[in-house]
Design a protein around this ligand. Structure first.
Ligand code: ATP
Ligand code: MG
Length: 360
């Protein structure tokens, strides 16, 4: 056997609903991959944060949680949210309480059509898509600034202030150009709404132009977000890497996941590109209580997120192999109901593990 090159310590935070099921699935698959490849070793430590923790302790994460996280190489997160807790409390209690302080300012969401799966986009262009969506994750429309006055009056007023800083825009723009540059197509689309939002969005346009000068080999263009939704459907193959604000990419990436097939396969990475803090990897989907406990949650979004985690930890060969296994299993027709099949979570996990044992 080859001597392991690296050892990784991962914080596992399955949290709520199907998060428990899909993170368990991802850990099983990654352990099988590590055992087979023997190019790395990995250990997962379970952190019991989430809504049951909140019900017992009055808070979603314990005091010192950020320091706990900082002792790991990365985190693998499931989903947060429960039917009996308002979404803004659970979201700010766990995910946003981590993203902000750890400066995980780049949210990266790859979108790809897999062989053997149905995708509305394949009917428009049979080549399918391979997009890389980059969402600014630390400021903008979700800065939480604003307030309400004249409560209950007809003239009650609420303001929701979007905050954009040159530093915030420049660092995400640079990350986006670097990402585009690292991909075969070397193409980037900067998405804004600078016709109707004349401050923050115009600053985005200016910074994009400045940063682009450092990347002469990247072919880039600008697009208004409304026009972008049309282009994603009418000319999907013309798009490669996309960058935009917190709100715009939140919406665009959910739509993209549905266009590619199912939200059940969509992965995401919350990255600190400076690598000072551990990054956090999570499926795009939420806790989906309608299917929790039924054993039919698609584990691919979580497993693909784990592959992105391995790639970020520089185990990119292992990540590529895991992705190849996922694609072969989809091609073979082992699909959960969200992808039109009748396989269970366990069926998919077993098929991927068998594929790993067979091919590697
Ligand atoms: P949250 O409030 O945390 O966003 P949610 O209950 O709204 O969670 P979403 O993740 O937004 O759920 O998903 C919407 C629907 O898509 C779910 O109700 C579920 O039916 C389906 N879905 C989501 N994730 C998966 C998955 N991994 N496998 C199968 N179906 C899924
Ligand atoms: Mg939801």
């Amino acid at each position: 056997a080859v001597t392991p090159k690296s050892h990784y310590r991962i914080a596992s935070i399955p949290a709520d609903g199907i998060g428990q099921e899909v993170i368990g699935a991802a850990i099983e698959v990654v352990n099988a991959l590590a055992k087979t490849l023997q190019t790395f070793t990995i250990e997962f430590e379970h952190l019991p944060w989430g809504t049951s923790y909140y019900k017992g302790h009055g808070r979603y994460i314990p005091e010192g949680a950020l320091d706990t996280l900082r002792s790991f190489d990365a985190g693998l997160f499931g989903s947060v949210g429960a039917p009996d807790v308002p979404d803004h409390i659970s979201l700010w209690g766990l995910l946003l309480a981590i993203r902000g302080p750890l400066q995980l300012y780049a949210n990266v969401r790859p979108v790809r059509t897999f062989p053997g799966t149905h995708s509305p986009l394949k009917t428009i262009d049979e080549r399918g898509v391979d997009w890389m969506i980059i969402r600014e994750n630390s400021e903008g429309e979700y800065a939480g600034q604003g307030g309400r006055s004249h409560l209950g009056q007809a003239w009650e007023t609420a303001t929701e202030v979007a905050i954009f800083t040159r530093i915030g825009i420049e660092r995400i723009m640079r990350f986006a150009f670097e990402t585009a540059q690292s991909r075969p197509a070397k193409r980037l689309t900067v998405v804004t709404k600078s016709n109707s939002m004349r401050n923050g969005m115009v600053l985005w346009d200016e910074v994009a132009l400045e940063v682009s000068k450092d990347f002469p080999d990247v072919q880039w263009d600008k697009m208004l977000v409304d026009a972008m939704t049309v282009r994603m459907i009418a000319k999907p193959y013309s798009i490669d890497t996309i960058v935009g604000t917190n709100l715009h990419m939140d919406i665009i990436s959910d739509m993209a996941a549905a266009l590619a097939g199912s939200i059940g396969i969509a992965p995401s990475s919350n990255l600190d590109p400076t690598r000072k803090n551990p990054s956090l990897f999570e499926p795009v989907h939420g806790s989906a209580f309608d299917i929790t406990g039924k054993g039919v949650a698609n584990p691919i979004a979580a497993i693909w997120s784990a592959a992105e985690m391995l790639r970020w930890l520089r185990a990119s060969e292992a990540a590529d192999k895991l992705m190849a296994s996922i694609e072969r299993v989809c091609q073979s027709g082992t699909l959960t109901p969200d992808l039109g099949g009748n396989a269970t979570t366990t069926d998919v996990v077993d098929a991927i593990i068998n594929d790993i044992y067979q091919f590697y």
